[in-house]
Design a protein around this ligand. Structure first.
Ligand code: SF4
Ligand code: SF4
Length: 478
């Protein structure tokens, strides 16, 4: 462990660390566009220049590529360092359009922040800026504004080192350099492509989903878990802050998921997620089931619960199909209510979609349901089988009424609008993970929490509450 001195303070660097890594571990922030903790060192933005003190006057070097060596004395905020940062930012801004007023990255842009902290002066250029491509179609999901690009190469390194699609590169030289897609590859084939939007330090890479939808300062992020597969990546759901509530426009703007980003978690997904998580609004914002029903007739919740209890009491061979999208808490409630009384099977609510990557060695897992492991721990591994059932309780999606034995009665719990909801003898519209708190256990046994972003939809009920009600046996009169 080499001891180095950063701004006069002794720091124990780890073996093999660079000055940048040792400084950040010690809480000293050294700016930089191209350096990223999960990518190789490019050393091209030169913004992380620090001064190394030496007997002959010392020297300047980039902290991201300088090994921390015993006794090294580094200054991160000396007059020489401040001057060098200012000059580098002046150079970056020579051709940058500074169109922050219409840029999606405004509010979380490193260039904006660094300019205010380390430069702040008007442009020194007296010649017109070099123009480049605006709104270049990088893929069906991502647009590129080359005028905003600072050529840090983070996006290129991501596709080479993390997603390994090798889809991006830099063509031409100097002022004419452009990030471009490889002619023989498509960024559309990279299921992790949207991570480049997050790691782009400026607003050069733009998500079509989020383009001009909101300003980030109107939004807040809430921790959640991606239910797209059994990896259970931790994510942030971005939605409108209560103090910026819209009254004149469609009220759905106030509860909508505006964007999804990774919530860094070394135990599960590191700083990345796949594109399926980015598209969660398509899944979670589908039309919702409208309320409790008996054979398609809308009834009050108490009436539906009483009818369901009677069905359970009357059944001799009841079978339950347990949702692998249920939270740990809901599964525990289902287990307490059903196990011993029902023959229980875990079902897959969602199967892989056509063309979806089944699995890889980065994040994506073959089971496209978030809580199959916990469900199978509680209810066993036996595949769904309904033979001989006189009552079928089906929870969640992925259930086909055609499989119900002739004459059997049905209780269905589903959050979304579906024609078969009206076929059930008793139906309950359930809440979503965006409306309640809970936990999922991923394939490796790691438990992650999700929290609500909006109130429950009208006439919905937590599956937990339905199971608790079914567990209560009617009193036997004397
Ligand atoms: S598009 Fe963004 S991430 Fe890629 S090189 Fe340009 S600034 Fe860097
Ligand atoms: S790897 Fe699985 S859990 Fe992670 S973001 Fe993709 S679909 Fe969601």
């Amino acid at each position: 462990m080499p001891e180095i001195f950063i701004d006069g303070v002794a720091v124990a660097a780890k073996d093999g660390q660079t000055v940048m890594e040792a400084a950040r571990d010690a809480g000293v922030y050294i700016p930089g566009f191209c350096w990223h903790p999960q990518l190789s060192v490019a050393g091209n933005c030169r913004l992380c220049m620090v001064e190394v003190e030496g007997e002959t006057g010392g020297w300047m070097d980039i902290a991201c590529n300088m090994p921390a060596t015993r006794g090294m004395k580094v200054l991160t905020n000396s007059p020489r360092v401040r001057e060098r940062r200012k000059v580098m930012l002046e150079m970056v801004l020579l051709n940058h359009p500074v169109d922050c007023g219409v840029c999606d990255k405004a509010g979380e842009c490193m260039l904006q922040d660094y300019h205010y902290e380390h430069n702040g002066a008007p442009s020194v250029s007296t010649v017109p800026k070099v123009r480049a491509t605006k709104f270049h179609d990088l893929s069906s999901r991502i647009l590129l504004d080359n005028e905003r690009c600072v050529l840090c190469s983070r996006c290129v390194r991501f596709t080479r080192e993390v997603s390994r699609s090798h889809a991006l590169g830099i063509v031409a030289r100097g002022d004419h350099s452009l990030v471009r897609c490889d002619e023989k590859r498509s960024l559309d084939d990279d299921p992790y492509s949207d991570n480049v939007v997050d790691i782009c330090p400026v607003g050069a890479l733009l998500s079509r989903r989020f383009l001009y939808k909101s300003r980030v300062w109107y939004l807040q992020k809430t921790p959640s878990v991606c239910p797209g597969c059994e990896r259970g990546c931790t994510i942030d759901l971005w939605h409108r802050k209560a103090e910026w509530r819209l009254n004149a426009l469609d009220a759905r703007h106030n509860t909508a998921i505006e964007r999804v980003t990774p919530r860094e978690n070394p135990a599960v997904n590191g700083p990345w997620i796949c594109n399926k998580a980015r598209d969660l609004p398509d899944l979670l914002e589908r039309a919702r089931a409208e309320g409790p029903m008996l054979k398609g007739r809308r009834v009050a919740m108490a009436e539906a619960l009483a009818a369901a209890r009677q069905l359970v009491e009357a059944a001799r061979r009841p079978v339950a199909l347990v949702s692998s999208w249920g939270s740990n808490e809901e599964l525990a409630a289902a287990h307490a209510a059903l196990a011993g009384r029902f023959r229980c099977h875990v079902k897959a609510d969602h199967a892989p979609r056509p063309g979806e990557r089944l699995a890889d060695d980065l994040l994506i897992r073959p089971d496209k349901n978030p809580n199959g492991r916990r469900a199978r721990e509680l209810f066993g591994e036996a595949p769904p089988a309904l033979e001989g059932a006189d009552l079928v309780l089906a929870w969640g999606e992925g259930f086909d009424f055609a499989d119900v034995p002739r004459g059997a009665r049905t209780i269905l719990l589903n959050a979304f609008l579906a024609p078969e909801n009206g076929h059930a003898d008793a139906f309950f519209a359930t809440t979503l993970q965006t409306e309640r708190a809970g936990h999922y256990t991923n394939f490796a046994g790691t438990v992650s929490a999700f929290t609500p972003i909006c109130p429950a939809a009208p006439h919905t009920v937590d599956a937990e509450a339905v199971f608790a009600a079914l567990a209560v046996r009617p009193r036997v009169s004397a």
